[in-house]
Design a protein around this ligand. Structure first.
Ligand code: SF4
Ligand code: SF4
Length: 238
């Protein structure tokens, strides 16, 4: 019997747009930052993560596929529904499943943006240099996945234990941030979110951008993980 095509679900960009101290002049040209090679422990963590995900996903897919195909065969055999009707409904269900998949933070996180980051236009110029004493480059503490373009370039580091989320230091800042002056060391190659983020209406950062009133929670080294779910999802948050 004819079977409906497999549901095509992929994880899209869960973290659209953010920029960063990206407007600040880089201290070095865009090039891979020098760093220690990953430790054995990091590589093991990365492999363990991948194997666990692959194993869990395969088991889930097999179980689901068996159930679905058994059900389809039964309903079609009994003339209750046609393959065409199933295909049409599948197109409605797929986005729902995708949403649930993203909310559970499953799988590999990668931007599926079709945009070339080098062609991205930043709509607003933010006076980052004068605001750094207040915002402490908060945008460089945000968590977001890289794009395939970033991964291929091999300039921007990602977390081996959580592919392909941008690499962080123990202080929560991006691996590529020069800590003393809070400058991006890979400015020319910075990811798309760093290029287009607009912090003006992001209340996680500014309570009042025009009056330069910073969110006091920025002072907590744990920021943005000290924010409530409501605050994280507030209007303007990325
Ligand atoms: S939080 Fe805003 S003002 Fe501060 S560095 Fe980032 S983009 Fe610039
Ligand atoms: S690559 Fe890192 S340091 Fe550079 S702007 Fe983006 S988050 Fe900040």
């Amino acid at each position: 019997m004819a079977r409906p095509a497999a549901i095509d679900v992929e994880l899209r960009d869960p973290t659209p747009g953010r920029s960063a101290a990206g407007d600040i002049e880089p201290t070095t040209p865009a090039s891979p930052v020098s760093s220690q090679p990953p430790s054995r422990r990091e590589v093991e963590e990365g492999l363990a993560y991948l194997h666990a995900r692959v194993g869990a996903t395969a088991a889930r897919v097999l179980e689901s596929a068996s159930f679905v195909y058994a059900l389809i065969e039964l309903v079609v055999e009994r003339g209750l529904i046609s393959i065409e009707e199933i295909d049409a409904r599948k197109k409605q269900v797929a986005p729902r499943l995708l949403k649930r998949f993203e909310s559970q933070d499953e799988g590999v996180a990668i931007q599926h943006s079709a945009h070339d980051k080098y062609e991205a236009q930043q709509e607003v110029q933010i006076d980052c240099a004068s605001r750094l004493p207040l915002c402490k480059a908060a945008c460089c503490k945000m968590v977001f996945p890289l794009s395939r373009q970033d991964v291929k370039e091999q300039v921007i580091h990602w977390q081996l234990g959580r592919p392909y989320v941008i690499a962080k230091g123990e202080d929560g800042y991006c691996h590529h941030l020069e800590r003393e002056r809070l400058r991006c060391t890979v400015h020319g190659a910075r990811p798309l979110p760093c290029r287009v983020y607009d912090c003006r209406n992001d209340r996680r950062v500014w309570l009042d951008f025009e009056r330069r009133v910073i969110n006091p929670k920025i002072a907590d080294p744990a920021w943005p993980h000290n924010l409530s779910a409501e605050e994280r999802n507030a209007q303007g948050a990325r």
